[in-house]
Design a protein around this ligand. Sequence first.
Ligand code: FMN
Length: 191
Amino acid sequence: MTKKMMDGVGKFARHYPANVAIVTTRTENEQDAMAAAWHSCISFKPPLLGVSVSPKRHTYNMITESKKFAMNYVPSEKSIISAQTGGVSGRDVDKFEMFGLELKGETGLDLPVLKDAYAAYECKLHSVIELGDHHWFVGEVLFSHYDEEAFSEGQMFLTDKVSPTMYLGFDHYLLPPKCESTHLERSKLPE
Ligand SMILES: Cc1cc2nc3c(=O)[nH]c(=O)nc-3n(C[C@H](O)[C@H](O)[C@H](O)COP(=O)(O)O)c2cc1C
């Protein structure tokens, strides 16, 4: 293979595939959901995660107002939810109604948690860092939801039970057959 180098980053897509989260939030009057591929865990103690949201998004204004959001992780066979919530704005449509997105009844922070999610985190807004054309919304996870069957002992993702929504950029998604996982011991220095 020929390894190339270029200036800058182009479409910022060569590190894909990336796990997509559906970011949901609710104010007193409305709720919204948007797909986000730019997100990460940040800290265990306290449990912090971050998601990069453009100020152009309705979600941006709503989280700024509500000071809370949920990160919903849906299985690959529901990748359509990413394309749906990532295509139109909550300014113009009620995405929950339009796409028939069902919600879990019981939540900790009165946030919309998707029934289709195999995992979801409810966060209170910790801070916002204004970086470039997207801003980094940091959330502190106060409640977690998960599908018992998707995880071994409630923790480790079972790849024979569920596969995540993985974005490839350019409106393409990875639709894996059920992948297998393998345990690879981390390298250690001899004692
Ligand atoms: C797969 C995918 C990933 C996306 N990732 C992000 C992201 O990380 N941050 C962001 O601000 N927008 C992202 N978007 C765009 C928003 O989801 C999209 O603009 C959405 O319509 C915003 O909805 P809202 O105006 O209701 O908030 C993504 C879209 C798709 C389809």
